[in-house]
Design a protein around this ligand. Structure first.
Ligand code: ZN
Length: 226
């Protein structure tokens, strides 16, 4: 293998995961007690995937909007898969309004966090009820749903049956949000990506393939500030 990787073992891990960071470093998270041989075996089996990740230029481009960029009239921002225009307005209001465009009070326009806060609020409002709906459909018990700030993952589940979702998902179309939700919930039934796992996901989200393609194509968009 012509790449190196960092191994991080933890008692809290129940499965081995490989992540390629933005700087292309490869990190293997493994349950405590996993042997080096086993890790090497898994890494070897994922070699093609790793090559694709580290060789994939699109994913690692610098973001076009640096974090902290000001929101200005004429720019647009994503919400539920569509771009909407931003208008900076003079108003006494302290909140961003949305009605087929973003109306941003001038005093908030210089704060990148204002739009972020708006997205997080919407993510809580829209994503959490969808999680409960799908959990009911799949017959799984979810302990807690959290909207989190995680730059590299759209969703995750924990050993305590908590599920976490990246607030940036609110920029994606609803069929993509549904897919990510169902993917994580299905892990509460089947922890690995087995054929059974994919059958569960497909049955609950008929647009699964389309959603995966959307994420592959647009994933980076979700990381931009606006
Ligand atoms: Zn998964």
């Amino acid at each position: 293998m012509d790449f190196t990787y960092i191994i991080q073992r933890s008692a809290k891990r129940r499965k081995l995961t490989i992540t390629v960071e933005r700087d292309r470093s490869i990190v293997v998270h493994a349950p405590e007690g996993t042997s080096d041989e086993k890790i090497q075996q898994v890494v070897e089996s994922k070699r093609q995937w790793i090559y694709e990740k580290i060789g994939h230029p699109q994913k690692y481009q610098e973001l076009p909007h640096a974090p902290g960029k000001e929101t200005v009239s004429g720019e647009s921002a994503l919400y539920l898969g569509r771009q909407y225009r931003i208008e900076v307005i003079k108003t006494d209001a302290n909140e961003i309004q949305f009605s087929q465009r973003f109306l941003i009070p001038a005093k908030l326009a210089k704060q990148a966090e204002a739009l972020r806060e708006w997205y997080i609020g919407k993510a809580k409002e829209k994503i959490v009820p969808r999680v409960m709906h799908h959990a009911h459909q799949l017959g799984v018990d979810v302990a807690m749903v959290k909207i989190v700030d995680n730059r590299y993952r759209w969703g995750s589940c924990t050993v305590n049956d908590n599920v976490n979702f990246n607030w940036r998902l609110i920029k994606a179309p609803m069929f993509v949000i549904d897919y990510v939700i169902v993917h994580e919930l299905a892990h509460l039934i089947e922890s690995n990506h087995t054929p059974r796992f994919w059958n569960i996901v497909r049955a609950q989200t008929p647009k699964m393939e389309k959603a995966k393609a959307w994420l592959k194509e647009n994933g980076q968009l979700l990381e931009e500030v606006i």
